[in-house]
Each structure stands twice: as structure tokens, then as C-alpha cells.
Design a protein around this ligand. Structure first.
Ligand code: ZN
Length: 387
């Protein structure tokens, strides 16, 4: 199977190997697959496949056919109708893709399963990442499962539960007295100096991000239709971009004809992508203001890599979607209402996807009968101290 990395900026393409930006222009890369009739036939067969596991979609992961997956039972998360919450908040056709039930409690298990499988394939010894918590917990679990070493750079503000878990799974942890962007630079240098695999969940690692596309494959398979809107909480936004890529692959294979609109949601305290969207800017600029938010998982000012935000902004615009920001007060209110009306406990960063569904209707982006899916990216149980 021919696998290549293609630059999203200049189109330069070369075989997959471990690199984190285009060698020609420094742009963000994505994995490109050899696309044949056989590829399309296999994608079309997914709907009739008895196997609905994460690895049933491996034809579109950058993994060799003979590789044994590193797996903890990731993916295949439920889609839950939000009927009672919808009645309370005035929304009818609304569902939650509940990533909170993933092995580590967040969607990050999807990219980590692919990244650790790839690392074993390529005889890489160590996963290294910068993390606000969820990536770190997931990386430490998958590294343990795969027998890899793991080193995590975290801001000192990371929740105590997440830090405790990362340590418990045996990863080396480096705490930074600064924000995520500073942890990002240190992880980047460490990976480059030691030939380790950098699995930081920005657009850094195009291999890992391919795992996120499975959210799109599963959504179509579970709903048997394409939702009008998919709402994704975004820091830099790689999940949003990957989910849209997944839908585009289904369309290219002739499985679906329409694509969803993508809504990216940020905390109002740190919302560089929303700001660029609202200003009609073509590029995202880094968020220089100080901030404090309960939505730690998406609190990314994009210092030193605003181009990652631009990549997400472009996808939002391509999909005719929108970017929304949510105040602290509103997200905390919805966290409680979601728990009380549906019995679902999401971490605060993920609840922004709930709040954004209400905003979509109120601000007139979505029509009254639009079918909306909120992606609940992470579990509240790792964020208990914030209660
Ligand atoms: Zn390039």
C-alpha cells in the first residue's frame, strides 16, 4: 500500500516517514492514500461489515496491512440522543457522540492507538508529547500497552487527577511553569534531539491524527445519514479537521453525497480561532491576552503555531460552518444540566459542544429542524477537582 505525506500548503508529496512539517515550505502535512477501485470497494463494504471496531477502518489509517494493532478497545463510542436536555434547551434533533467512554476517557485514544501502532512498526522507542492532560493520560496508557517509553510535558495548571494518572501509568512527567504553548516547544525539541515520536495533539503529527477520522466513519454508520452539523471543541482543532477529512473520504468513495457543516467551539477566555472567524480574517493570530478557564482541554493560545488554527479555520469555512465561543458561566451551567437531565458527565472543555448547539440555533447558523451532533470529547471524572 502506497502511503504519502502531502503538504496542505504547497502540495509537496513524499513517502511517509517521521517528520512534522513539509520539508519544502514548512507547511502542515496530511496523509495521502493510494486510491483505487479496491479502496472504494472496501470503504463501501464497511456498512455491511459485522466488525464495527476502530480497527475495521484500518484501510484508511497509515498502518501496514500486516501490523498488529496496539489496542485498548478504543473507538466505537455510542451516539446518544439528547431528548430530555433538548426539551429543556429547545433543541429537537440532537445527539451526543460520547467519547467520554473511551479507555482513557477521551477521544485521544483514537490518535494514540494509531501512533503507538506506527511507532512499533518503525521501531521507535519513545512517545513524547505536550499535553493539557488528556493526550498525556492516553499516551501513557498506550505506551504502557505497547511497551514503549513515554515522556509528557504539561503546564503546571493541569488537573491533579490527570497528572496522577500519567504518573501511575509509568510515564515520565515534566511540569512547566507556563502555558501549553511553552510545553509544546519543549516537547518538540526533545523529540527532535532524540528521534522520539512526537504525538502532541496539534497538527504536529499527521500519522496520529488519522485515527480521529474514525469519528466520521462511525457517525455515518450509526446514524445511516450525514448530520447537518458536527460540533467539536477546539484548541488548535485537529479533531475537527480530521472528522471532516473522514467525511470527505466517504464522499469520494461514493458512500455519501453530502458533507456536514463543522462548528468549532472555544472558551471565550481563549478563542483565537473564533476571533479570526468573526473578523473574517484569512489567518488566525496567536492569543496574547492572559486567560483563566475551566475548559483546560481546549485552552490553547496557539503561541508560536497560529498556522494550526488557520488550518482549522479554513476547514470550518470550507464546510460552510462556524466558530463559536462560550463563557465560563454558560459552560458550567450546561455541565450541570447535562448531568441532571441525561446522566452524562463531561469535562468542562467538552461541555462547550453542548453549549454551542444552543448558540447555533440562537445565532441563526442552524435551521430549526437541523440534525446536530455534539462531540463530547472527554470524561468529567478526570476533572473532579473543578467541581
Ligand atoms: Zn509545503
Amino acid at each position: 500500500m502506497k502511503l504519502e505525506l502531502k503538504c496542505k500548503a504547497c502540495g509537496h508529496q513524499e513517502p511517509v516517514y517521521i517528520q512534522y512539517k513539509c520539508p519544502k515550505c514548512g507547511g502542515i502535512q496530511e496523509v495521502s492514500y493510494e486510491w483505487t477501485e479496491e479502496t472504494e470497494a472496501e470503504i463501501k463494504s464497511w456498512n455491511n461489515n459485522d466488525d464495527n471496531s476502530f480497527w475495521s477502518y484500518r484501510r484508511l489509517y497509515p498502518i501496514q496491512p500486516a501490523s498488529i494493532p496496539v489496542s485498548l478497545g478504543e473507538g466505537n463510542t455510542p451516539i446518544l440522543p439528547l431528548k430530555r436536555l433538548g426539551e429543556r434547551l429547545g433543541l429537537s434533533d440532537w445527539e451526543l457522540k460520547n467519547e467520554a467512554v473511551s479507555p482513557s476517557g477521551s477521544f485521544k485514544d483514537r490518535p494514540m492507538a494509531v501512533a503507538s501502532t506506527f511507532a512499533i512498526e518503525r521501531h521507535i522507542s519513545t512517545l513524547v508529547t505536550a499535553s493539557t492532560g488528556n493526550t498525556g493520560v492516553s499516551a501513557s496508557m498506550y505506551a504502557a500497552r505497547a511497551g514503549l517509553r513515554c515522556k509528557i510535558y504539561v503546564p503546571a495548571t493541569t488537573s491533579r487527577e490527570k497528572l496522577a494518572l500519567i504518573k501511575y501509568f509509568g510515564a515520565e512527567i515534566v511540569t512547566i511553569e507556563g502555558n501549553f504553548s511553552e510545553a509544546y516547544l519543549l516537547a518538540k525539541k526533545d523529540a527532535a534531539d532524540n528521534d522520539w515520536f512526537n504525538v502532541t495533539s496539534t497538527f504536529m503529527n499527521p500519522i496520529a491524527l488519522e485515527g480521529n477520522k474514525s469519528v466520521a466513519y462511525e457517525l455515518f454508520r450509526q446514524k445511516k445519514t450525514v448530520p447537518d452539523w458536527v460540533i467539536v471543541p477546539i484548541g488548535a482543532g485537529p479533531l475537527l479537521v480530521a472528522v471532516y477529512k473522514g467525511f470527505k473520504e466517504l464522499k469520494r468513495a461514493g458512500v455519501i453525497t453530502a458533507l456536514p457543516k463543522m462548528a468549532g467551539v472555544q472558551a471565550a477566555e481563549v478563542a483565537p480561532i473564533v476571533q479570526a472567524f468573526q473578523e473574517g480574517a484569512s489567518e488566525v493570530t496567536a492569543w496574547k491576552r492572559s486567560f483563566q478557564t475551566a475548559a483546560g482541554g481546549i485552552a490553547d493560545p496557539l503561541l508560536t503555531y497560529p498556522q494550526d488554527g488557520t488550518c482549522t479555520l479554513q476547514t470550518i469555512r470550507e464546510s460552510k460552518g462556524c466558530a463559536l465561543s462560550i463563557s465560563e458561566e454558560v459552560m458550567l451551567y450546561h455541565r450541570k444540566v447535562l448531568a441532571e437531565t441525561e446522566g452524562i458527565f463531561l469535562e468542562t472543555a467538552s461541555v462547550t459542544a453542548i453549549s454551542a448547539a444552543v448558540e447555533l440555533k440562537e445565532k441563526g447558523f442552524a435551521d430549526a429542524d437541523d440534525d446536530i451532533v455534539s462531540v463530547g470529547t472527554g470524561n468529567g471524572l478526570k476533572d473532579m477537582s473543578s467541581l
